[in-house]
Design a protein around this ligand. Structure first.
Ligand code: R5P
Length: 260
């Protein structure tokens, strides 16, 4: 693998633990001012120093995030759809690689929609992006299985992750499911999980714990952190699971500590 790609991946997946806590705050690209992200800066800035990377869009990065931060950026470069539009899967590439380089990103992220009407288009988006990113040494994160109608079981998620890896994605983001070890086992590149809809904090910590036990290298979690009553305490608790091998109970204690 190219030195630049390896170096950038190591900014996100920390070499010390081989794991990562990515903070996903890109939801507005098709959901608009979603709950907890109405004022992105107010939500994101207090969390930045606890995240191994920030996954977000160009617009929020430019307008809401201080350029002085050290946290690596994973830039969402696909979109062109909305929650009320014709079809969520109809995505194109929304950012040039030149602009991604100007923004000094550590990786770019793009969604693929396996089994949807625009499956082919999104897979060709991925393949083309990987080719272009190769010229710049920028890793590509493939985001799989977004959309309500998909059955998120190990067979489907395994299919999505494997196809993304076969096309050359450097790492893959998917959902946790029963039999998740099969998803990871069939994917030759690192896998991170999305958190999904907001659930009770302890359940979200259990989700992260189970994903790590089953072979995920980490989380790319959004709503279960920024929609928590105590987002900073929550991201600290998630970090304890991902980087320090904490149990669910230990992490929940961290979440409940008043000083966090
Ligand atoms: C979805 O397309 C976005 O990429 C989100 O970043 C992703 O769903 C992860 O966020 P959450 O943990 O809220 O599911």
């Amino acid at each position: 693998m190219d030195w630049g790609i390896k170096n950038r991946i190591s900014q996100i997946i920390k070499p010390g633990t081989g794991r990562t806590v990515m903070l996903a705050v890109d939801h507005g690209y098709f959901l608009g001012p979603t709950s907890g992200l109405e004022k992105p800066r107010d939500t994101i800035m207090p969390l930045v120093s606890y995240a191994d990377s920030l996954m977000l869009t160009r617009g929020v990065l430019r307008n809401c995030i201080d350029p002085e931060i050290y946290t690596p950026i994973v830039l969402r470069v696909s979109g062109g759809n909305s929650i009320v539009g014709e079809d969520l899967s109809r995505e194109g590439i929304t950012v040039s690689l030149e602009d991604a380089v100007r923004l000094n990103v550590s990786a770019v992220a793009l969604s693929i929609y396996i089994g949807s009407k625009y499956e082919h288009q999104t897979l060709m988006n991925l393949a083309g992006l990987i080719d272009k990113c190769g010229d710049y040494g920028i890793p590509v994160l493939a985001v799989t299985a977004v959309g309500k109608e998909m059955t998120r079981d190990a067979r489907y998620l395994g299919l999505c992750c494997r196809i993304a890896a076969e096309l050359g994605a450097n790492f893959v983001k998917t959902y946790y499911c029963e039999g998740f070890e099969k998803v990871v086992g069939g994917c030759p590149v690192p896998v991170v999980i999305a958190g999904g809809k907001k659930i009770e904090e302890k359940d979200a910590l259990r989700l992260a714990y189970n994903a790590i036990q089953d072979g995920a290298v980490g989380v790319d979690m959004g709503r279960n952190i920024f929609q928590s009553q105590r987002p900073v305490a929550m991201i600290k608790a998630v970090r304890a699971i991902v980087h320090q091998g904490a149990s669910v109970d230990q992490a929940f204690d961290i979440y409940n500590k008043p000083e966090n």
